[in-house]
Design a protein around this ligand. Structure first.
Ligand code: AMP
Ligand code: MG
Length: 497
């Protein structure tokens, strides 16, 4: 008798051990014909995993959750959340599982998480599955964000399941294997608070501190320090989104992490023409999550976090019924979001403009706002403009014309920019922050359509291009250009993917 080889992947179950009330032991669904579509080999190595082993039948069993490694304990996570502003007391992983966590060779701890692994008791009306297109979409978008230097969950693999998923039409099914610093969301804290169990709320906060914001443990008031740390991390994150034109699309509180990583790439997309009122998500009827509203929405979500944490935010962290003091403190702490966001945004735009960070706000704020007004007036391609400006910083203004900005105003603005920058505009620094290649909506669509029809080549090429977004390379011109106007006018993204 031959023994069945087992995986050498070792997974702990820290979350389930520490917060069992927020988990439900669950198993991934069996799959008719799993086939590995894409494996992120460099990420696998960073995690200390062997790509060759992950490609083996045992590895595929791990990646799909159908044969978890010995000792693993997959769970569905429970959380609540505000969806489009409305309270939902019970959401949780309807089609996802936390497979476990591991410690990478760097010493950092990561969750391995599956999306599309079958129905759980939290599936409500959903079928528990996911289609190839949307899972590859999360893969390419999240990997692009990582390459842009933006905190994000990562994508380790996409496995086709061999099953058919019914959406508007029949589609091939898939599982995404996601890697994250952690999966605690604002909605996790809201869930704990809603149970009325303050001891549980405290343990959730302790877990968040230990895992994501360890310096808060040394503060005089660790829970206040935790709240401040999450506010600061989100202010930085949203400023980074805005600086590359990223529109998340569904900033519900269950899709905001405590770690400060971008999570849940459902209906997200990048701006082409600069217009703060842009949104693409078909389910966002009122544009609640439009590009320009993201900072205000983040603050709204953080207010929900503050409310959920109130029993921990009184003067004495051990006293949970000091709510008046807690409300007063949390209200004040929340106002720091605006200042932190504005400072982070200014820093990002100064970098995009090649200006030293020391230039005074009096000089630079009007410069930034006037530029954005120009871009909006001319419906100028946001990414293309800053790359053309990078060339202009080296003396080549040619790329700037024809982008749509009103010519006279643009020349005036360029004069001001050069005056403010004096001799210190740094073209090399600009090239390091203004990407050439972002996941253009039409290119993503083209790659996913081909992959759904069985051809992964355009997807693989796109992922390769986006892995190195700041270095212009020959032969890749079409990856740097926006979609034509017809495509842009009709483009929509879909949730319920
Ligand atoms: P999302 O919009 O991806 O953040 O998902 C919101 C909630 O709906 C989460 O609780 C998901 O687990 C759940 N969900 C989304 N799609 C499905 C599906 N096809 N089957 C079951 N649950 C789903
Ligand atoms: Mg979600």
């Amino acid at each position: 008798m031959t023994s069945t080889p087992t995986s050498t992947v070792q997974l702990a179950h820290t979350f389930a051990d520490e917060l069992p009330e927020l988990t439900l032991d669950w198993q991934a669904a069996e799959l008719p014909a799993p086939e590995l579509l894409v494996l992120n080999e460099s990420l696998a190595r960073q995690l200390g995993l062997d790509p060759a082993e992950l490609r083996s039948p045992e590895g595929l069993g791990v990646l799909t959750g159908t044969r978890p490694p010995p000792g693993a304990r997959p769970v569905a996570q429970l959380y609540a959340g505000h969806q489009f502003g409305s309270w939902n007391p019970r959401m949780g992983d309807g089609r996802a599982l936390l497979l476990g966590d591991l410690t990478a060779p760097s010493g950092a701890r990561f969750d391995l998480h599956l999306k599309g692994s079958g129905r759980t008791p939290f599936a409500r009306g959903g079928d528990g599955y996911a289609a190839v297109g949307p899972m590859l979409r999360e893969y390419v978008l999240s990997e692009s964000m990582a390459a842009l230097g933006i905190p994000t969950t990562r994508a380790l693999a996409v496995v086709a399941t061999g099953a058919v998923v019914r959406r508007e039409r029949a589609l091939p099914g898939a599982i995404l294997v996601r890697v994250a610093a952690g999966h605690l969301r604002v909605g996790s804290v809201e869930y704990a608070r809603a149970t009325g169990d303050v001891a549980l709320l405290r343990r959730v906060a302790d877990h968040a501190i230990a895992r994501h914001h360890p310096t808060a443990a040394d503060a005089a008031h660790p829970y206040r320090a935790l709240f401040e740390a999450v506010v600061a991390a989100q202010a930085q994150l949203i400023a980074q989104w805005m600086a590359v034109g990223f529109i998340h699309g569904v900033m519900n509180t269950d899709n905001m992490t405590l770690s400060g990583e971008t999570i849940d790439y459902g209906p997200c997309a990048f701006l082409d023409a600069y217009d703060p009122t842009t949104w693409f998500s078909s389910i966002d009827e009122l544009g609640r999550y439009a590009y320009g509203r993201q900072p205000a929405i983040a603050e709204w979500d953080l207010a929900r976090l503050g409310e959920a944490m109130l029993p921990l935010l009184g003067d004495d962290p051990e006293v949970s019924d000091d709510l008046d003091t807690a409300v007063a403190w949390a209200t004040g702490a929340l106002t720091s979001f605006g200042a932190l966001y504005r400072a982070a945004r200014r820093a990002r735009y100064l970098a995009k403009l090649g200006l030293p960070q020391a230039v005074t706000a009096d000089e630079t704020d009007p410069l930034i706002e006037q530029l954005l007004t120009l871009l909006k007036q001319g419906r100028v391609d946001f990414t293309g403009f800053f790359r053309a400006l990078t060339a202009a910083a080296s003396g080549d203004d040619a790329m700037l014309s024809g982008l749509g900005a009103p010519e006279v105003e643009l020349q005036t603005w360029l004069g001001q920019w050069r005056r403010v920058g004096a001799d210190s505009i740094d073209a090399a620094a600009m090239a390091a922050v203004n990407p050439v290649y972002i996941p253009r909506n039409h290119l993503v669509q083209e790659a996913l359509d081909a992959a759904t029809a069985g051809d992964l080549a355009p997807f693989t090429t796109l992922v390769d291009v986006l892995r190195d977004p700041f270095v212009e390379r020959p032969g890749l011109d079409r990856y740097a250009l926006p979609a034509d106007a017809d495509f842009a006018a009709d483009f929509q993204t879909f949730c319920g993917t």
